[in-house]
Write a new protein. Structure first.
Lengths: 303, 566
């Protein structure tokens, strides 16, 4: 089987359409991030208490809510997991006014409503505000350092204009991914940050492979326009781009469908991000390179 | 050695054996099967807590905290060792935090208690409350001065409290026996009366007198006489208010010299009305828990059927206790645990080496046993607080593993289908390389003693998708070279060569990301970074070395002229 054999799509002269598509995605992303509900941070970052509870018999949200209504410190968020009697309860506080751990208070509140054996605590995560702040700044630091180091690497391996184009594409991917995160109401947790960093890695990876081919083709002796070389490079790497995205997405869909509730948001973020990363390596990174080149030439002509 | 097919196959075979050997389940010291790969707490169930020094006053320097953490580490280790958890992790994170990880723990609350409890034991003489009673008007004034008459004497609030006090008083008068049993003093209840003769009426007078600071008695109105010499009772709903008052700086200063107040550990009373005792104590303890030689075993007291923890003092501790109690026969001695009065028995004769802690009727024998354990292991040098806690139940962990395995199998199956459909024989080579890759990653995890976590499984599944990338890059290149009319052998040669720079670049950038994740990550994320890194290195090796070898074998058998199945 062979897909895109001798493909010669004119990606770059149609770049306006790609820009419109990107702009739309960015707008939707920004809408959700800024205007709509923004990002909801998980307890790892805000501090607070999360408890996943399995009840012995059918229970609805209202019952759970009334059982824990006496707990102070703010509004509890209760979410049903799948179809079962499993719920995730989130409270924005780590310790109650009485200096007790909210997790312990939740346990005793549930025990008094459902009986000691009527529920099982499957998982708790309780993070104090100090640790939350620490993790928040650490996560931001990690994303920035990852970005910076790959930039250094790119500058070292390629010309600077490739680096700039790659950064534009990756920034585009991160922004849209966060837009999706907001749209699908995925909590920002450590796992989400790991997913975003993985997307950064993957998107750069994809871009580098196309750029690597461009660099190689520039060295060739063929006489062709800059834009033609870019187009040819994209077309030549197209089968690889599609196939690798295909296998990666296939495994991620397996993870999304069969991997269970805990990992599902993580898989979702990766699926969306890798889709965007693949798109951007063709439709954002290469056009960006072309625009930079055009801009340089115009400046030269003016001078 | 690496240039001949035979040599390459030997290298591959040796690595394969190494991985399989590393993955054979081993038998643990107790005959139990030990998983060859360490499973993270999120997969096998367990709890993770991070604790720090609780410096509520904010007066400790970083150095003091670091020293305290060092000593705390030893104590927590002792306690956990006695608690009996298999392979606990107790380590410092930075110099101000301790991480405790206990795998497969069934009862996280109990484990938390064992780690967190300061277990600071004190023996202090209970003072007569006369002195305090004389100081009360001063203390009341200090409260009014610092909070303002409105906040302490607002008609509604004052009224409610007055009524609460009134009701509580009647209750006590009616049920003197119950309170006596709790306070450990033989003669309680007979002369019970609210502090200050006119307090009983304060409920009504407060309402009218609100605003006149002189007549406000915010604190003394809430303190009820218990009958025992150095003990007041406070209705439970008023405890936070009293605590707030007592924490005010002016109130602290107004306390009589060499006196402190301490709450009882267990409420007394009956039905809807329960009261917490407030004791008037000597500032200085006679002796503290560092003079404890041994504690336990916990038993039930035959008379009251409440759990007790007997303990023995050291020689020096016994002397101190003897000296302290000899002057106070007939007085009460309070036994405090973490600042709360556990019991306050009357000293009938001079005490020396042996005594016991009463846990109160509501406690279980288990709690008493845990307390004995903690006391044996020693008190924490300073109070600590939990700053982070994660627990995962064993069934959820098992569920995660099962689901992870399923997703992993299906993911691999999909990749195999795509590769074989697309590249035929070459695809099968890639599948062979992929199988090798999986073994290599698992063997690597086992060999490096890395921990597999749930995000780690996700990283593994993701890296399978990405692992074929190198193969795809090579195969596409080979196809192109063949398209240019090169012979099979040279096309394969050129394909591998030309794909190399792209493979190196892309693997290195992903490796950078993984390294950063490893640097900043805590448990699960670190696991993700580790599996991703091992995955990248393994995929590089399998694509560049294993697939190439398979190609060499393939070309050896297919003479030139035949088309390459790619």
């Amino acid at each position: 089987m062979r897909l895109f054999k001798d493909a010669s799509y004119d990606f770059l002269n149609n770049r306006k359409r790609a820009y419109i598509f990107s702009a739309l995605l960015l707008l939707v992303g920004i809408f959700f991030l800024v205007v709509h509900h923004g990002l909801s941070y998980g307890v790892d970052f805000t501090g607070g208490t999360l408890m996943q509870v399995k009840f012995g018999k059918a229970t609805d949200v209202a019952q759970v809510r009334s059982a824990i209504s006496g707990l102070g410190g703010g509004e509890a968020q209760i979410q049903q997991l799948g179809q079962g009697n499993q719920y995730v309860i989130r409270l924005p506080v780590f310790q109650s006014d009485q200096q007790r751990d909210v997790g312990d208070e939740l346990r005793s509140a549930l025990a008094s409503s459902f009986g000691q054996d009527g529920y099982t605590v499957e998982r708790t995560e309780a993070v104090g505000p100090k640790v939350g702040n620490e993790l928040q700044s650490k996560a931001l630091e990690a994303i920035l350092i990852a970005f910076g180091l790959t930039l250094v690497y790119l500058a070292f391996r390629f010309e600077w204009r490739f680096g700039v184009a790659a950064i534009i594409a990756t920034g585009h991917d991160i922004l849209i991914t966060f837009g999706f995160i907001s749209m699908f109401n995925v909590d920002i947790t450590l796992a989400t940050v790991a997913a975003v960093l993985t997307i950064v890695g993957y998107s750069l990876n994809d871009t580098i492979i196309v750029f690597d081919r461009m660099r190689e083709n520039f060295k060739g002796k063929r006489k062709e326009l800059y834009v033609e070389t870019l187009n040819r490079s994209i077309n030549e790497t197209l089968p690889r781009t599609v196939l690798t995205s295909g296998t990666t997405l296939a495994t991620l869909f397996a993870l999304f469908i069969f991997g269970g509730e805990v990992i599902r948001p993580f898989a979702l973020v990766l699926i969306l991000g890798i889709g965007i990363g693949t798109f951007s390596s063709i439709f954002v990174a290469s056009p960006a390179l072309l625009e930079i080149e055009n801009w340089l030439q115009r400046r030269e002509a003016a001078a | 050695m690496l240039s001949t097919i035979k040599g390459r196959l030997v290298v591959i075979g040796a690595l394969l054996l190494l991985c399989v050997w590393g993955l054979v389940p081993k038998t643990g010291p107790e005959g139990n099967k030990v998983s060859p790969i360490n499973l993270g707490l999120d997969l096998q169930g367990g709890m993770h807590i991070a604790v720090e020094v609780a410096d509520s006053a904010g007066t400790m320097t970083a150095q003091q905290k670091a020293d305290a953490i060092d000593r705390t580490l030893t104590t927590i280790r002792n306690r956990i060792n006695q608690f009996g958890v298999r392979e606990p992790t107790i380590q410092k994170a930075g110099d101000q935090r301790i991480i405790v990880e206990l795998a497969g723990i069934e009862n996280p609350e109990r484990a938390k208690e064992i780690v967190e409890k300061t277990a600071f034991l004190e023996f202090t003489i209970v003072k007569s409350s006369d002195e305090l009673r004389r100081a009360l008007p001063r203390m009341d004034r200090a409260i009014v001065d610092s909070l303002g008459p409105q906040s302490v004497g607002a008609p509604e609030l004052g009224g409610a409290q007055g009524q609460g006090g009134q009701k509580g008083l009647n209750e006590i008068l009616g049920g003197a026996d119950t309170s006596a049993a709790g306070s450990d003093s033989a003669a309680a209840g007979s002369d019970t009366a609210a502090v200050g003769s006119d307090t009983a009426a304060a409920g009504s007078s407060d309402t009218s007198a609100a605003g006149q600071g002189e007549s406000l008695r915010p604190l003394s109105a809430l303190l009820l006489e218990s009958g025992a010499p150095g003990e007041f009772l406070v209705a439970e709903q008023d405890v936070p208010t009293v605590e707030k008052y007592l924490a005010l700086p002016g109130v602290k200063d107004a306390l009589p010299r060499n006196t402190r107040l301490a709450w009882g550990a267990n409420p007394v009373g009956e039905g809807g009305n329960s009261f917490l005792p407030l004791y008037v104590l000597d500032q200085q303890p006679m002796v503290t828990g560092d003079q404890l030689a041994d504690a336990g075993p916990a038993t039930r007291d035959p008379t009251y059927n409440e759990p007790v923890v007997p303990f023995t003092m050291t020689r020096q501790g016994a002397r101190m206790l003897q000296r302290g109690t000899s002057r106070h026969v007939g007085d009460q001695m309070a036994i405090l645990l973490d600042g709360r009065v556990q019991s306050a028995p009357v000293i009938k004769q001079t005490l020396s080496r042996r005594a016991q802690i009463e846990m109160g009727t509501g406690s279980s024998l288990q709690e008493a046993q845990d307390l004995a354990l903690i006391l044996r292991a020693g008190a924490l040098p300073v109070p600590i607080k939990i700053v982070e806690e994660t627990t995962v139940g064993p069934s959820l962990g098992a569920d995660s593993i099962a689901k992870g395995k399923l997703a992993f199998a299906i993911g691999i199956l999909l990749v195999v289908l795509i590769m074989v459909a697309y590249y035929r024989v070459a695809g099968m080579m890639a599948v062979g390389a992929l199988c090798f890759y999986v073994l290599l990653v698992l063997g690597g995890l086992a060999g490096l003693n890395a921990t597999l976590t749930l995000p780690g499984i996700a990283g593994l599944i993701l890296s399978v998708g990405m692992a074929v990338d190198a193969n795809v890059l090579i195969f596409e290149r080979v196809r192109e070279e063949l398209g240019m009319g090169k012979t099979a052998r040279t096309a394969v040669e050129a394909g591998f060569q030309h794909a190399m720079s792209a493979i190196v670049d892309s693997n290195l950038t992903t490796l950078i990301t993984a390294a950063i994740l490893f640097q900043f990550g805590t448990g699960p994320i670190k696991g993700f970074a580790v599996t991703l890194s091992i995955g990248i290195i393994a995929s590089f090796f399998t694509a560049v070395f294993v697939t190439r070898t398979l190609f060499m074998v393939y070309l050896e058998r297919h003479r030139s002229g035949e088309p390459v199945s790619i």
